[in-house]
Design a protein around this ligand. Structure first.
Ligand SMILES: [Zn+2]
Length: 332
């Protein structure tokens, strides 16, 4: 048993309480590689922001769970080396699919886990979530649960269409499970194709897709039922069009990729939404920088040559999110 406290990590409890009170949201960035981890830590330290570093099932498969845990431990040490005396870094399991996965993460140093029972019938979701909460709380680990279904694909999580969270279910769910935060569905979606062209309108000047707005009425109704309760938004990348254009310019093929406009996320961050998940934007920033570098420098073959601009580009994106969208800067 490795306690996250020994690794210098923190859980989400105080962090979320402060974020709701302060009207901002904590960034939850997924990571799989050393460059992503470095960029996240540099961005968090430079902006004095708390940060959630999250690991999906796909990341565990790609990088190996043990390595990811040591990377998170390394992230804390690296933040201190960069001059941050008391870094607030959460190591979070994204989309835990079973009690066993959650338990194994808790036992190996995660400070927060998500149990995603959103595809189960309501009562079974409660039962599974409660089981995870009981174990997690014994170790002071916080638990994120999910009600409602998001559309899109992210690693192995996929659903053809979304079902908004039903506000009339949230009180019973939160009370019976004892979960610490709740991921809801209000129209965000996983991946770089969050909406089909048929769901969007098209800007007549640029030909770019304009996505439908998030269901803020559903969010408001949930906030009314659960005042002050931490709410989480998944699938909240903005899919920056300049990155998509760079990828397409240098040999990529991402037609009609579309995300959530940042002004909508800015509005959400000021509400009870206190954790906003961003993964695709990091993938796009990295890929765009690598494609551009290799196209412009066909003789380069040292990974450090193209991973350096990739890391810089991700860091710039993380800093932009913290300062301009989430408002979590200067909160340490
Ligand atoms: Zn998700």
């Amino acid at each position: 048993m490795v306690s996250y406290k020994k690794l210098g990590l923190v859980n989400t409890k105080k962090m979320f309480a402060k974020a709701i009170k302060g009207g901002y949201a904590i960034p939850a960035f997924n990571f799989n590689t050393m460059e992503q981890m470095q960029a996240i830590v540099q961005a968090a330290v430079e902006t004095k922001s708390p940060v959630i570093m999250q690991v999906s099932k796909g990341a565990r498969k790609y990088a190996n769970p043990t390595i990811l845990r040591y990377m998170a431990e390394g992230a804390v040490a690296y933040a201190k080396e960069l001059g941050c005396k008391k870094p607030q870094i959460v190591l979070h399991l994204d989309h835990g699919d079973s009690y066993e996965t959650c338990k194994s993460c808790i036992d190996t140093g995660f400070s927060s886990v998500m149990i995603d029972g959103s595809s189960l019938p309501f009562k079974e979701n409660i039962k599974l979530t409660k089981k995870v909460v009981n174990y997690a709380h014994k170790h002071d680990v916080t638990v994120e649960a999910e009600l409602g279904v998001l559309a899109g694909v992210e690693d192995e999580v996929s659903a053809a269409e979304s079902h908004y969270t039903k506000p009339e279910e949230v009180v019973e769910f939160a009370t019976k499970t004892g979960c610490d935060s709740l991921a809801i569905s209000i129209g965000t979606s996983h991946g770089a194709y969050k909406f089909t062209p048929a769901q969007c309108t098209r800007d007549p000047k640029t030909g770019k897709l304009i996505p439908p707005p998030l269901a803020f009425d559903v969010l408001k109704a949930i906030e009314k039922k659960l005042p002050g309760f931490p709410i989480v938004l998944h699938g909240s990348s903005s899919v920056p069009q300049d990155e998509v254009d760079t990828i397409n310019k240098y040999g990529g093929k991402l037609p009609d990729a579309v995300g959530i406009p940042e002004e909508q996320l800015r509005k959400a961050a000021k509400s009870a939404v206190c954790k906003i998940n961003i993964d695709s934007d990091s993938r796009l920033a990295m890929t765009a920088a690598i494609r551009k570098h290799l196209a412009e420098n066909p003789g380069h073959f040292d990974p450090r040559q193209y991973l350096t601009p990739a890391r810089e580009s991700m860091k710039k994106m993380y800093i932009h999110k913290i300062l301009k969208v989430l408002g979590s800067n200067n909160k340490l």
